[in-house]
Design a protein around this ligand. Structure first.
Ligand SMILES: [Fe+2]
Ligand SMILES: [Fe+2]
Length: 217
């Protein structure tokens, strides 16, 4: 008991001195943008866009609401273009498409997780839109973050490539997210007001019950 108290107080004093040594400065100056971080982030962005292509593929394959098709096709195509842009940015940053960063692996895993959820046929469209809202939320956030950091990129060519890509994509990501959210709300609202489906024979039974109860009065 005594030993543990001693060792705790010893480690407390050690950790408090370590805390003091590593406590971040309160000044506004920050370290310059970390090139390794950027490379890893671009690898993650690429994986998110690739997952997005698969999610649009799935949504189109299973689509029941045909009035959603043209927008889904348009966003599918734009997402394929985003894959190319991410590849271009990653290569310019000195990264390699075949080596995924840990966050890229996680992003791929999450997309596969979304794709693996199985639902009954009547829920396919709503499930696919929900998956797209989740994926597009991250996709939109990625591009916003990249846009907020682009001025800090020191390497001139890379900065030019990233700036151009952000200019091309930012508005599209906004549209992707808001449209998918809006359509998900539309389908969910329709489902919320759909007449309950009756089992075979249930309708007849209900009519009999109603006429029976009329007789009782
Ligand atoms: Fe995208
Ligand atoms: Fe997107």
């Amino acid at each position: 008991m005594k030993k543990s108290t001693t060792s705790r107080s010893h480690s407390d004093s050690r950790s408090s001195s370590r805390k003091q040594a590593t406590r971040p400065s309160r000044s506004r100056s920050r370290q310059p943008l970390n090139g390794e971080w950027l490379k890893e982030f671009l690898s993650e962005m690429l994986a998110v866009e690739q997952g997005g292509v698969e999610l649009y593929d799935r949504a189109l394959e299973e689509l029941e609401h045909d009035d959603l098709r043209s927008k889904l096709e348009q966003y599918h195509e734009q997402t394929q273009r985003h894959v190319e842009l991410c590849q271009e940015m990653l290569n310019a940053a000195g990264g390699n498409e075949d080596e995924m960063s840990p966050a890229a692996e996680a992003a791929e895993h999450k997309a596969q997780g979304l794709l693996s959820a199985d639902v009954p046929p009547e829920l396919k469209d709503i499930n696919n839109l929900e998956n797209l809202v989740l994926a597009e939320t991250k996709d939109h956030w990625n591009w916003e973050l990249l846009g907020s950091l682009v001025e800090e990129i020191e390497e001139r060519d890379l900065k030019k490539i990233v700036s151009r890509a952000v200019r091309e994509v930012r508005k599209q990501e906004n549209d992707h997210l808001t449209w998918n959210q809006k359509m998900l709300t539309r389908l969910a609202t329709e489902a919320a007001h759909r007449e309950p489906e009756m089992e075979e024979g249930e309708e007849g039974e209900e009519e009999q019950e109603e006429s029976g109860s009329e007789r009782d009065y």
